[in-house]
Design a protein around this ligand. Sequence first.
Ligand code: FPP
Length: 229
Amino acid sequence: MEGLKIPRHIGFIMDGNGRWAKQRKQPRNFGHIHGSNRIDEVVTACLDLGVECVSLYAFSTENWQRPKEEVDKICDILHKFLNQYAKKLIGNKIRLQISGDYTKFPKKIINLIEKRLEETKHFENRTLNIAINYGSKQEIVSAVNKLIESGKTCVTESDFASALYTANLPDIDLVVRTSGEQRVSNFFLWQIAYAELYFTPVLWPDFDKNELLKAIEWYSNRDRRYGKV
Ligand code: FPP
């Protein structure tokens, strides 16, 4: 623990739920349930270590193409999570933020999201940012359109960053992707410009506090030069 450099913002690409379930001869949704049960431990451990913001990739714009049964189950899990985890968010003074167009989800999820956003909006120091119906290219294009609509003809990096879902958040310092895939899959492309990328073969439902510490130890040994020597 000593000498650990703590990232301000960690992004998790929670991959491998389907394979985890398959290894156990269970339907994919079994993996999503176990995957969602991991979130509390990992997010709590991050915040306890002093991470200010945790971003989770829960549902991409491409995930709508999965079978309806799987999409419906992920919606149920999300609903349950927002229902139960909320008390903790409030108790621990964590602000909930959503990146992505959540209005495409069923009404009961939209209502719950809006309730949680309202209940936690005054918390300033720690944020749980959940990416749902999120795609980075879509976010970038919609930021450009927002800036054009506002009448701008020339923008700065700061103007651009302000038009993203993450306007108020620091850039992502560390991306953790589970399950051995080495891709960024349309995850906060602007915000990860200087992030360290940590890939682990561990499947998301097996990713625990211990695995998180390994990722942060690895990050602590990186030499972040931001283009300098
Ligand atoms: C990737 O595994 C996982 C997803 C696309 C969904 C992640 C969703 C959850 C963990 C639950 C809901 C989220 C919250 C915030 C409560 P995969 O299905 O692509 O696995 P595979 O690559 O092994 O098939």
